[in-house]
Design a protein around this ligand. Structure first.
Ligand code: CP
Ligand code: NVA
Length: 309
């Protein structure tokens, strides 16, 4: 794997496979009471500019359970908020910690940190991408569907950071993915072209959610206004009319369709209460699997750094 995980385009197909295998193995071993303390003495820094429940706590618990230490830094409490250059902060943190997970707005900022750091930098969500989310989500698909090959995946909603990461994953892994977004909220051409998805028959884009979910094995949605876009919600509610994942829409999907959502969810907007509260829903497995996948990512990036030295 490369030094950093900023986008799923940073990964080869074999990197994905290795992470799925290791995360599933770590999950099984943890359930058996086996604690793999492979990161004893290591530290993970977390710089979060946006709110988080799952990603932050999954990274912190993953690090603790692997024997290491997480150090959470809110931007407000560091010199970053007093305009210390990102390059300087990155070089200094590289002298203290073994890995840095960052959640911020501008994707270019995590790229700047990664370029200036000698330690691995992990994107814990930017305006453009949420790579760790999709890694744990495909792990959840593997558990529920026995694999990801021949699984028809439909994205219904905003062409946002999570959708972009699905497009990246589909292009590297050859996933069958249909992305349905309102015209003004479609995944951008820049993202589509960068992933090569424009030249791939197995990745399609539509403005019709009904068409996208037809015979789908997985239907995935996310909020209509992401963090930083809250002021746009009222206008977006009209634009996303017909895009709610509810029982009516799902009648077109495969009978055993797996509905997924990265959470937090807005009941009655992108997803109905009934679908969110359906017995056996996978949302909570998705949330749990973030911890196991984060372990696999941390172990891979931090220990590879050691073996390179
Ligand atoms: N899914 C996800 O990233 O959740 P948080 O915003 O709570 O981290
Ligand atoms: N698209 C959402 C994902 C939250 C996990 C956001 O960026 O707010």
């Amino acid at each position: 794997m490369k030094k950093d995980l900023l986008s799923l385009l940073d990964l080869e197909k074999t990197d994905f496979e290795d992470l799925f295998d290791r995360a599933l193995q770590l999950k099984k071993r943890y359930a058996q009471g086996i604690h793999d303390r492979v990161l004893t003495g290591k530290s993970l820094g977390l710089i979060f500019d946006k709110k988080s429940t799952r990603t932050r706590i999954a990274f912190e618990t993953a690090m603790i359970q692997l024997g290491g230490h997480p150090i959470y830094m809110s931007t407000q409490d560091t010199q970053i908020s007093r305009n210390e250059p990102a390059e300087d902060t990155a070089r200094v943190l590289s002298r203290y910690i073994d890995c840095l997970a960052m959640r911020t707005f501008d994707h270019a900022l995590v790229e700047t940190f990664a370029a200036a750091s000698s330690i691995p930098v992990i994107n814990a969500l930017t305006d453009w991408f949420h790579p760790c989310q999709i890694l744990s989500d495909i792990m959840t698909i593997i558990e529920h569907k026995g694999g990801y090959r021949n699984v028809k995946i439909a994205w219904v909603g905003d062409g946002n950071n999570v959708a972009n990461s699905w497009v990246n994953a589909a292009s590297v892994l050859g996933l069958t993915l249909t992305v349905a977004c309102p015209e003004d909220h479609m995944v951008t051409q820049q993202i589509i072209k960068a992933s090569g998805a424009d030249a791939m028959d197995h990745i399609r884009f539509t403005t019709d959610p009904k068409e996208a979910v037809k015979h789908a094995d997985v239907v995935y949605t996310d909020v209509w206004a992401s963090m930083g876009e809250e002021d746009e919600l009222q206008n977006r509610l009209a634009a996303f009319d017909g895009f709610q994942v509810n029982r009516d829409l799902l009648t077109r999907a495969a009978p055993d369709v797996l509905v997924m959502h990265c959470l937090p969810a807005h009941r009655g907007e992108e997803i109905s209460e009934q679908v969110l509260e359906a017995p056996g829903a996978a949302f909570w497995d998705q949330a749990e699997n973030k911890r196991h996948m984060h372990k696999a990512i941390l172990e891979t990036l931090i220990l590879r750094k050691k073996s390179d030295e």
